[in-house]
Design a protein around this ligand. Sequence first.
Ligand SMILES: Cc1ncc(COP(=O)(O)O)c(C=O)c1O
Length: 453
Amino acid sequence: MGGKMITIKDINKKLINTHYAVRGPIVQKAVELEANGKEIIYCNNGNPQSLGQKPLTFVRQVLSLLENPDLISKDIGYPQDIINTAKKIIDEDPNGLGTYTQSAGLLFVRKAIAKFIEKRDGIKSDPNMIHLTDGASKGIQNVLTALISKETDGIMLPLPQYPLYSATIELLGGSKIFYELDEGNNWGLSHEYMEKSYKKAVADGIDIKAIVVINPSNPTGGVLDYDNIKMIIEFAKEKNIAIMADEVYQDNIYIKQDFVSFAKVLNNLEINDVTLFSYHSVSKGYLGECGHRSGYVEYRNIPDDVINQLLKMQAVGLCSNHPGQIVIYLLVNPPKEGDESFPLFIEERDGILSSLKKKAKILSNGLNSIEGITCNPIIGAMYAFPNITIPQGKNDFDYCMKLLVETGICIVPGSGFGQKEGTHHFRTTILPPEEKLREVVEKIKVFHGNYGN
Ligand SMILES: Cc1ncc(COP(=O)(O)O)c(C=O)c1O
């Protein structure tokens, strides 16, 4: 008599039908090729330190003291402000990084985030309306889980979008309602397209719960201004839906335009009946601390009984990763002018941001110099999403797979993000070092010229 192994028939069909392109078959193939000795340039996801970006010194110094508090009393040459920060954190968090925290996250960290929001936006923020999460991803998944209980529960998503949203909605069995971004208008928002997709969904019996906005945008590289955000908030108010504002790239803007948060515009408009979920993360910006899996969600205009349900969801996972909570504290509380570590912090931060800005230009100019490829300006985030002209009968998946096999460049087909019928794109990051990025452009140029011949 034997046992019975789990088979694929036992697996939730919704999981089987879930697609997550940035870690899909092309990346699996890249890993296989690499194991067989091929050099791979991973441009498939926004993982800055995997492409050589150095962690900020102050972050790692503070973390190292917290991981090993015995070092604090030894003279290891760290700046005094770093030692003071570590001591202050230990005062607030005396049992250290190996403990579970409150489910919402450490209160002193949430207070620091509330202060950061107040300073950034000139508005009030309540630490009790902030939950710390394992990356923004987990906070997004929690809210989608709370909102979707049946197929007719719908979430409006930009097209193209970041596949965390489509994948999670597929997993939960809800409906994705896409609103197209206008590629001909620098991937701008179109009220008309939003209205059109909303009306069609409602006519199809969908109960739309929320609209997702990614600003600055992955994958398009676009950035919204005050009026765009106002338009979305007014749309949400008129339709009685919530807003999920994904603002993980708020420090990655490469033009002379300040980041405008949804929280600020909501506050300025004095709207208190539209629920807002705003997300931030340590993974992007200039920290690039993806591996520390840390982010937060701030809630606005949300009833207590709903917050309690969301807190319960946090509690089911006990708490977010504790060292990660410290990293987000450091993101919102970096060295200050006058601190010994301040000059190095500024040098490292500005070095990373100016290199990203330069690389955004190198990539968009380079791609636009290739016949058959058009790329809108990359004014924010860390990606290009160029339009590619390819022979009839070919598709962007095949294009990206062949590019990988021939050149070792790992990018993601546009189909993984969603694109207008009949168009083809790919998404690449701007993250490789400048010289590698130029090499990427040159290789794509040669490949594109020969593709389909
Ligand atoms: C738009 C967007 N939102 C959220 C995330 C998730 O970030 P994390 O979970 O690392 O904070 C990413 C990661 O690439 C992203 O591009």
